[in-house]
Design a protein around this ligand. Sequence first.
Ligand SMILES: C[S@@+](CC[C@H](N)C(=O)[O-])C[C@H]1O[C@@H](n2cnc3c(N)ncnc32)[C@H](O)[C@@H]1O
Length: 296
Amino acid sequence: MRDPDDLIARAGVRGDPDHDQHFLVDDRVLDRLPTYLESEAQRASRDASGSDPLDEIDAETSHVLEIGGGTGALTDRLLAVADEVTVVERDRVLAAFLREEFREEIDAGRLTVIEGDALEVELPDFSASVSNLPYGVSSEITFRLLPEKRPLVLMFQQEFAERMVAEPGTSEYGRLSVSTQHYAEPELVETIPKEAFSPPPAVQSAVVRLEPRDPDYAVDDEDFFLRFVKAMFTQRRKTIRNAIRNTTHITNLGAPDAVVEAADDELLQKRADAMTPSEFAELATLALAVGEPEGD
Ligand SMILES: C[S@@+](CC[C@H](N)C(=O)[O-])C[C@H]1O[C@@H](n2cnc3c(N)ncnc32)[C@H](O)[C@@H]1O
């Protein structure tokens, strides 16, 4: 495997925190990241057999997408486990370096470097993604990837990761938890100290594994459901009864009182942070049916 410090030296760059550039320099962390594509049970059985993680990975690695390639330390590990890798990098100098450093892999058709903004470029049909995300746009990128319903292993600021995996009734639980868990089952698999990066970011990081799944509830209109959840959490300290009445500028409900009249009283007395995703779905479905949403 290429040495991460050598890659930075060869690229002749210093990560610029203002452009979300924090390069991973801890080999052990880099080696572990692709293995999180496996489930917990698969990882445990491999650990028990003592096999080399990068040799034995048992996951869908036909085409792995990496957002934010940097100097290529993670790209190198992904090439070791995947048939094909596509890396997106916005920085012109870094994209040129990746094309030079990985010329052989590119010529062999195993690596594609896309220079551009991950929020704008056309993404390939990938089988999984493993990425150390640019934190400034991590939410937007994640919600671009989640609807594709592929396994994702993504690095975030720790506090963000904790909100993604949070359960109802906790202070971290919010709109981010419900919308993440609508698409996938998230698992916080490892926290990463600042020293694993060069330059170190301001806060600790964490790796989240996101296994795509269909939710255990049905929604007729996904956009309305997500907008309804957003609306309820803008009124976190209010009861759902008041939140429904106070947020018509977000939900576009023409008849919020009709929703309140038709809804189960027990739900109406709750606050958003005590509502399970399926309870939100139940209310959103009712709101669509009787709340006269405008423009839907
Ligand atoms: C946290 S670094 C990770 C670099 C490398 N993968 C590693 O682990 O060492 C994030 C990378 O994303 C790039 N980047 C920042 N914003 C981006 C965007 N909107 N689209 C694509 N790449 C972006 C940065 O230039 C940087 O190289």
